[in-house]
Design a protein around this ligand. Structure first.
Ligand SMILES: NC(=O)C1=CN([C@@H]2O[C@H](COP(=O)(O)OP(=O)(O)OC[C@H]3O[C@@H](n4cnc5c(N)ncnc54)[C@H](OP(=O)(O)O)[C@@H]3O)[C@@H](O)[C@H]2O)[C@@H](O)CC1
Ligand SMILES: Nc1ncnc2c1ncn2[C@@H]1O[C@H](COP(=O)(O)OP(=O)(O)O)[C@@H](O)[C@H]1O
Length: 284
């Protein structure tokens, strides 16, 4: 246990948030994840997030985004659905630039935020925190958190956030009124209710482009598949986020182990996710 109530999330904890499909389940009952990510500048973020969500186990992924980005997503994951419809959770913002948001995209994001379902806000959608209506988690790295807080008149710099990530994550959760997942070698997850969890990465090889987009996909999938539990547990989102970070860290470790401790790509991490999820499910 770290000071001030921070607790390292374990495999046993994460296993509680892996939902196994049953005989009465269909794709809708398991949970549908809506994804609005990627851009013409960063199409890969959409591909990686959808790949990771699909690999983490979800009923269906609906992808909304530019036609050319959607084509790249479908090339990799042809089971992705492009038709709008009901979802149990949204993943918004990876690979987007908040300063270059089209009118159409702004409308789609607002529609998702007004839906009342749980939301994961990443990268280029972090500025939209506050217009959410359902349980929401923001998933910044240190620079993104510093920028987000500065835009809310909470003076902070990336140096300050790096010097005291725990303190700034808690401050952000209080200020924003949402759960916070602050990425780093130690990922910190907290919420306004007082949840405080850490996930310590087993390999620093995760510090490579796109692994955060993979984390977003894993988290989106776990939120969608745990949708029925939000009504009974006010800290559900923080616990799900810690579980997603644990799955991500373990997938990174296994992907690197598979190449004798060598380098991993973001797609390698996504590829290792099914075995990690399977291993957790075996603990049930
Ligand atoms: N494949 C994909 O589609 C991927 C898509 N991705 C998507 O990209 C989006 C942007 O997210 P991000 O976290 O990369 O950028 P961000 O927080 O805006 O910080 C940028 C700052 O970094 C700094 N900087 C730049 N170069 C540097 C250097 N050599 N050495 C040191 N510093 C350097 C630079 O600061 P400066 O040059 O001013 O010092 C700049 O201000 C986001 O939507 C994400 O999802 C990513 O996941 C990657 C894979
Ligand atoms: N030094 C490190 N050691 C282990 N994991 C790290 C390290 N630095 C970053 N990570 C992890 O890698 C991921 C990077 O995410 P992010 O910063 O959003 O990058 P990107 O936008 O390129 O996907 C996060 O899950 C973070 O926790």
């Amino acid at each position: 246990m770290e000071p001030n109530g921070w607790r390292e999330w374990t495999a046993a904890d994460a296993a509680e948030w892996i939902v196994e499909p049953g005989p009465d389940d269909d794709k809708y009952a398991r949970g549908v994840l809506g994804v609005i990510t990627g851009s013409l500048d960063y199409p890969g973020a959409a591909v990686l997030g959808v790949e990771a969500a699909s690999r983490a186990g979800v009923g269906m992924v609906r992808y909304i985004g530019p036609r050319r980005v959607a084509a790249a997503v479908l090339l990799r994951r042809p089971e992705t659905v492009r038709v709008a419809g009901r979802v149990q959770a949204w993943l918004l913002g990876s690979g987007m630039d908040a300063t270059r948001r089209s009118f159409v995209l702004a409308g789609e994001l607002q529609h998702a935020l007004a839906s009342g379902v749980p939301i994961v806000l990443d990268a280029g959608a972090l500025d939209l925190v506050g217009s959410h209506t359902g349980p929401t988690i923001v998933t910044p790295h240190a620079r993104e958190l510093a920028n987000l807080l500065a835009s809310r008149d909470l003076r902070s710099s990336v140096e300050e956030v790096r010097a005291d990530p725990a303190g700034w994550a808690v401050r952000a959760a209080r200020e924003l009124g949402t759960a916070v997942l602050l990425k780093g070698a130690v990922t910190r997850i907290c919420d306004p209710e007082g949840s405080r969890f850490t996930v310590t990465a087993a390999t620093h090889r995760l510090a490579t482009a796109g692994t955060g987009d993979v984390l977003g996909g894993i988290l989106g999938a776990l939120v969608a598949t745990n949708h029925a539990r939000f009504a009974h547990d006010r800290s559900a989102l923080a616990k799900i986020a810690a579980s997603a970070a644990w799955v991500h860290a373990e997938a990174g470790r296994r992907a690197s182990e598979a190449v004798d401790g060598g380098p991993v790509t973001a797609m390698d991490v996504a590829g290792a996710v099914p075995a990690v999820v399977g291993g957790l499910a075996r603990r049930h």
